[in-house]
Design a binder for this molecule. Structure first.
Ligand code: 4GX
Length: 414
């Protein structure tokens, strides 16, 4: 199984040049019983066969020394990736243990395995292909295996983004040309175009990769605004109303926005007295900044700016950025009044459009009036539990949304 794969191309040349060396050991040669069997039926019953301890541990120990890193290929292992390949290239000796059948006796894992790795969420008939995938990937990081023009890290995944598209002669093929910028000879422009294409492709094909782009995420937060509408919203009878302001919302939303690095929070109400009341509340806490140094609450409320309509809030933001905004409404129920998106996809798409400010609109009362969806570019999928009760307060819903888009949790690997 290994010969044709490993003797070809880059890996084959690396072996010939002595940069990598591969040897094999067969557990069957360590079988002690008279039929030389390496498997047996599972204790407790059930289908299939299990690889036995004795022969497998003996085989592993026969090739292991103090410097050996013993990897089991297994669907139970952590998913192998570019980063792990780079790290594994630092080992001088790796033993890949390739199981067959339904699996191996768990005591082999306890006694003779340092790490289990999977190459993906699907089931192979044996670990051999997994071992070859990992060997091939690691070899690229071994010095001198790649030509000196290529760099093991200069491609997809090193940056956490997908590669930009490549073209070579002819300049036209079956009516399809090549992007004009690539003929310009303008290196800075080409570099910028390639970076934008990388962002665009990643947003389309692998939006989840943006969860690791800390700089992109904080840049997006710094051009993102939360608009809390007290009008036009619905009452319990789906009639258009203006709700009154809520002290809790002012504080809690300001603090959520500060926590996730959001550029600004715009409560919106057409009632002048309500705006005045809100301004007074905000001012009291802002004064805390000057009197006692920057209090946490004072810092959060520094980002609050009260407007009389959604339209005027949008206009203020667009004027500040000298750029049209991308407007996203929210809803507790699915709606088809605007194209729907997820927090993950929104993050990816908006990171790929770095000049455009992002506005998230939330409704008080029984939700936003239809006219708000009509003026929005997209609507966010509702925050929902598994059951049928769905009555989050607007400040709770916003906290969940901000965490999904800008939160650090999805990047954490303990
Ligand atoms: N990425 N398989 C291993 C047998 C087995 C089961 C449990 C040890 C423990 C796989 C993957 C994979 C199928 C290889 C089951 N061995 N390996 N085999 N995905 O699916 O690496």
């Amino acid at each position: 199984m290994f010969d044709s794969v490993l003797s070809a191309s880059v890996f084959g040349r690396a072996m010939k040049a002595g940069l990598v060396q591969v040897d094999f050991v067969n557990p069957r040669d360590f079988a002690t019983n008279k039929h030389k069997s390496v498997d047996d039926t599972p204790y407790g019953g059930g289908p299939g066969m299990v690889m036995k301890c004795d022969s497998l541990v003996a085989a592993i120990e026969s090739v292991s020394g103090n410097n050996s890193h013993r990897i089991l290929l297994s669907p139970v292992g952590k998913t192998f990736d570019h980063k792990r390949a780079r790290e594994l290239a630092g080992h001088s000796h790796i033993v890949f243990v390739c199981g067959r059948y339904e699996g191996i006796d768990e005591r082999v894992v306890d006694l003779a395995i340092d790490e289990s790795l999977s190459i993906g969420d699907y089931v192979l008939t044996g670990g051999e292909l997994g071992a070859m995938v990992i060997m091939d990937t690691i070899a690229r990081f071994v010095p001198e295996v790649l030509g000196h023009a290529e760099s093991a890290d200069d491609e997809s995944f090193a940056s956490g983004l997908l590669e930009y598209p490549q073209y070579t002669r002819p300049a036209e093929f079956r009516g399809r040309g090549v992007p004009e910028v690539l003929f310009s000879g303008h290196h800075a422009k080409i570099k910028e175009w390639r970076h934008e294409e990388s962002l665009r492709r990643t947003a389309i094909h692998r939006p989840e990769l943006f969860a690791n782009q800390a700089e992109q995420i904080s840049d997006l937060a710094a051009r993102t605004y939360v608009v809390l509408a007290h009008h036009p919203v619905l009452d319990r009878n789906a009639k258009i109303v203006t709700t009154s302001i809520t002290n809790f919302d002012i504080h809690d939303i300001a603090r959520a926005c500060a926590t996730f690095g959001i550029a600004g929070y715009f409560p919106v109400t057409p009632i002048a007295l309500q705006r005045e009341k809100m301004n007074r509340i905000v001012d009291i806490w802002r004064k805390e900044i000057t009197q006692r140094g920057a209090s946490d609450r004072g810092r959060a409320l520094g980002r609050v700016s009260i407007e009389d309509s959604i339209e005027s809030a949008i206009a203020t933001i667009e004027k500040r950025h000298k750029h049209k905004a991308w407007v996203v409404a929210t809803s507790a129920q699915a709606t088809d009044l605007a194209p729907s998106t997820s927090c993950e996809k929104l993050l990816a798409d908006r990171c790929a459009d770095p000049a455009t400010p992002l506005i998230l609109i939330l409704g008080t009362g029984w939700g936003l009036h239809n006219s708000v969806y009509s003026l929005s570019n997209q609507v966010l999928m509702p925050i929902e539990g598994i059951g049928d009760y769905n009555h989050l307060s607007v400040r709770s819903a916003l906290a969940a949304i901000l965490d999904r888009i800008f939160g650090k949790g999805s990047q954490a690997t303990p």
